[in-house]
Design a protein around this ligand. Structure first.
Ligand code: GDP
Length: 536
């Protein structure tokens, strides 16, 4: 019976939810984190908050203390909240475990003065992709004109202290931001009006500077996690652990910083982690967290543990960690486990990302310190590849007007089909490449311009260009209607060579956009014409 009760209790044990802070740059993510950690509140007692590796642990006790004014009678079943120390996309992407997201809940920070910004939308998409629940911290409420500071007060209480003007301004901005969320397909509502928490995300107004709204934010995070994620948060002895960073520490060698989501790690555990050069099979030498007392947190001052239970941020020292890949899962080899099988699964995350790499041998050399950033980099390299191509095409189109391909044409005997309006001639492409749009001039006749090539026909078929040695019919149209139309027999004669009219600008445009499209011989012709036209 005693055992039965113990098991029942174990079943009910919840681990701390893991929380990540997301949002656009400068919305106050770092400040909000400081505020949650109370690192910058001089008078404030840290109250059991412990700095971990890559994360900060806020015990339930601390949350209870900070939310007592809300009289929510918060029944806290979770031991606390583990907040990841690096806000933003990068760490969120790295917080993955066996292919899925590792964050249980996120705070999406939005600046009340700015509304939704590009990275807010990116964050929303990331959160959706990983099915991560979140609440919106509508930060910087103290920036509302006329705001009366109520340090660390619940936002409900603080709002009551504000003037009518501030309240109106606040309502106006909140309404606008709710509309912006709607445009992204998300229903949001102020936390105290939100009756439908399953479908509608809650907005908590906050100030990371003066602390208003932080009590509600903490309470909401915990309540929400406890209400909707019991299964996910039920402690399991199955190890779930992600490598956040690989770091060389003086005196310790290469170490890995991990977030242990579930299970217990012991000193001496046999582990397998993903390595850039294959799976790494090693033994935990030590399990470390920073010393809780700040002033003692100098180099090398870590607490050693024989064992650590989830959820925690831990530094692990072991041999052979040099090539470990951040953003992948750590596995513990149990007595009945097949190491080879584990080695296989350890490389899955990596393979998953690697499978997206084009191994044709062409392209760029990609180097990234974490799997998450490699993933991001690959995404970047993939999408913009199309984007850059488009851009190049766009630029070429724009440049087409100004680009002049070099050519020298000889009029063929008995091939003057029309003397003017337009001039139609049979020509022999003596040098270079003849293209539609090329302005043509007669160097022997004071470089007189006779118009642009408006069409080319080869064997009665229209073509866009003709190469050296080809004999084609061309139509030359005056480029300017007001200008006097030039005429064969008056402005130029049979023996005159027709030459592309190049300029400094046209050469630059050619170099910038069409460098690869010209042969060496054609580039040589550009140089000859440049001399002919006396271009500097
Ligand atoms: P992050 O880029 O999202 O991490 O933003 P930071 O935390 O670095 O904050 C950006 C700037 O906004 C800093 O100058 C902060 O002091 C300021 N800031 C952050 N939160 C608040 C807030 O609630 N109120 C006011 N007035 N300023 C804030």
């Amino acid at each position: 019976a005693v055992n039965g009760k113990k098991e029942e209790e174990d079943e009910k044990t919840l681990r701390s939810p893991i929380c990540c802070i997301m949002g656009h740059v400068d919305t106050g993510k770092t400040k909000l984190l400081d505020c949650i950690r109370r690192t910058n509140v001089q008078e404030g007692e840290a109250g059991g908050i412990t700095q971990q590796i890559g994360a900060t642990y806020i015990p339930a006790e601390n949350i209870r203390e900070r939310t007592k004014e809300l009289k929510a009678d918060a029944k806290l079943d979770v031991p606390g909240l583990l907040v990841i120390d690096t806000p933003g996309h990068e760490s969120f992407k790295n917080l993955r475990s066996r292919g899925s997201g590792l964050c249980d809940i996120a705070i999406l920070v939005v600046d009340i003065m700015h509304g939704l910004e590009p990275q807010t939308i990116e964050s929303i998409n990331l959160l959706r992709m990983r099915n991560t629940e979140f609440i919106v911290a509508l930060n910087k409420v103290d920036r509302l004109y006329g705001w009366k500071t109520c340090r660390n007060a619940p936002i409900g209480k603080a709002m009551k202290q504000q003037s009518k003007d501030v309240q109106l301004e606040f309502d106006h901005r909140v309404t606008q931001i709710i509309t912006q969320f709607k445009e992204q397909g998300l229903n949001t509502e102020l936390y105290n009006k939100n009756k439908d928490r399953g479908e509608t995300y809650s907005i908590v107004p906050t100030s990371a500077i003066s602390g208003e709204g932080i009590p509600e934010m903490l309470l909401l995070l915990i309540q929400w996690a406890q209400k909707t994620m019991i299964e996910k948060l039920t402690y399991s002895s199955e190890i779930q652990c992600t490598v956040l960073e690989v770091k060389v520490i003086e005196g310790l060698g290469t170490t890995i910083d991990v977030v242990l989501v579930n299970g217990v790690l012991h000193e001496g555990d046999e582990i397998v982690v993903c390595g850039f050069q294959g799976p790494i099979h090693t033994t935990i030498r030590s399990l470390l967290t920073p010393h809780p007392m700040k002033e003692l947190r100098v180099k090398g001052q870590y607490i050693h543990y024989k064992e650590i239970k989830a959820a925690q941020g831990i530094k692990i020292t072991a041999q052979n960690l040099e090539h470990a890949v951040a953003g992948t899962s750590l596995y513990v080899v149990g007595p009945d486990d097949d190491v080879e099988e584990i080695k296989e699964s350890v490389m899955d995350d990596m393979r998953n990302v690697m499978s997206r790499i084009d191994k044709s041998g062409e392209g760029v050399y990609v180097q990234a310190s974490t799997l998450g950033s490699l993933e991001a980099l690959l995404e970047f390299l993939k999408t913009p590849a199309a984007y850059i191509d488009n851009l190049k095409e766009e630029k070429k189109k724009e440049a087409a007007e100004d680009a002049v391909f070099p050519c020298v044409l000889q009029i063929m005997p008995n091939c003057v089909f029309n003397k003017k309006d337009p001039i139609v001639l049979g020509v022999d492409v003596k040098e270079g490449v003849l293209k539609i749009g090329t302005p043509i001039c007669i160097p022997q006749r004071d470089f007189i311009d006779i118009g642009r090539i408006s069409s080319i026909e080869n064997n009665h078929k229209p073509v866009d260009y003709a190469k050296k040695g080809q004999k084609v019919a061309i139509k030359i149209t005056g480029s300017n209607a007001e200008e006097q139309q030039k005429m064969f027999g008056r402005h130029f004669e049979m023996e005159d060579e027709l030459v592309s009219h190049i300029s400094r600008n046209s050469i630059d445009v050619l170099k910038a956009n069409y460098r690869d499209e010209l042969t060496n011989e054609e580039w040589k012709l550009v140089v000859q014409l440049k001399r002919l036209f006396k271009i500097q």
